[in-house]
Design a protein around this ligand. Structure first.
Ligand code: MF3
Ligand code: CO
Ligand code: CO
Length: 297
């Protein structure tokens, strides 16, 4: 007997090939004569990504301006002899004074208003009585909520005079963000960003942290998509105008493995090597991208 021919056609009740796990008829199947689905609806349905409207973008940009104004205050304070708690106090008070809220405070139980990560601390350092000393590197990660909208950025600073290892890891981390940003334009994919960062960082003998990734941001602290800082070219979600996400590569001088301290937050390199990070919130535009938290790299 002749077997029923497999045609390339997808049955309406079969799983949708887009990977949504929904039936084709309830997902990507188009009915004859029906208008094309708007891109905002496609991205929400397929990827859970909320493309931002011009009004939302304007609000996120304002939140980003406040984040960058906060960095200028932090930069004036950072010096040998100050505590990480002093950075927290400044960020907390400056944010409230501008009628905004520090997103980290009480986020999933995080006890402070900013993450301050020194030397071998990769991220999520909790401010406290640690005193910054000459030669330290310190990452300050600021996320503000202004008028309900979020912007998220971080930078790593030298305290006093850096040694050769400090210089190396901070410059590789800085260039890693540059490499990632250089991939942001419509037609490229989320995977292209991670690929560019990993290729560069590993070419410098450094390693890329796997456990923490960039993320959609703007209407909430952490939205879809995830943006890994490693991966393969031409993979992952295609970038389209209106996407807003962070790129925030964490780069280690030694291996990529990490350990979480008993405080449940502080991530440190497993081998004790230095780690550095830079983060910006970016909007995908027709031409490429616009940073919502711009600073020179
Ligand atoms: N700002 C971090 C990020 O870039 C997240 C910090 S979560 C906190 O995504 F709870 F530690 F604040
Ligand atoms: Co972030
Ligand atoms: Co951040």
């Amino acid at each position: 007997m002749k077997q029923k021919q497999k045609t390339g056609k997808i049955g309406r009740n079969q799983l949708c090939p887009c990977g949504s796990n929904k039936k084709y008829k309830n997902c990507c199947m188009r009915r004859p004569g029906s208008p094309p689905e708007p891109i905002e609806s496609v991205y929400l349905r397929k990827y859970n990504i909320r493309l931002k409207t011009p009004d939302e973008i304007a609000k996120i940009r304002k939140a980003g301006e406040l984040v960058m104004a906060t960095f200028r205050e932090v930069e004036a304070l950072l010096a040998p002899g100050i505590t990480t708690e002093a950075v927290n106090t400044l960020v907390h008070e400056f944010t409230l004074k501008h009628r905004a809220k520090p997103a980290p405070l009480n986020y999933r139980g995080f006890p402070k208003s900013v993450c301050v990560s020194v030397n071998e601390v990769i991220c999520h350092g909790i401010p406290g009585d640690r005193v910054l000393v000459d030669g330290d590197i310190v990452n300050v990660d600021i996320t503000s909520i202004l008028d309900g909208y979020y912007a998220d950025a971080n930078q790593t600073y030298y305290i006093g005079t850096p040694g050769p290892e400090a210089r190396k890891i901070v410059e590789v981390a800085r260039n890693s963000l540059k490499e990632g940003l250089g991939m942001v334009k419509p037609g490229h994919t989320v995977g292209d960003i991670g690929w560019a960062i990993q290729t560069y960082a590993e070419s410098q003998g450094c390693s890329v942290v796997r456990e923490f990734v960039g993320h959609g941001v703007g209407l909430a602290f952490h939205e879809a998509p995830q943006v890994p800082h490693f991966g393969r070219r031409h993979t992952g979600t295609p970038l389209v105008p209106g996407m807003v996400f962070t790129i925030e590569p964490m780069i280690n001088l030694g291996g990529h493995a990490l350990r979480i301290l008993p405080d449940k937050w502080t991530a440190v390199t497993a081998d004790g090597s230095l780690s550095a990070q830079f983060e910006q919130t970016v909007l995908v535009t027709e031409a490429g991208y616009e940073s919502m938290t711009p600073y020179n790299l």
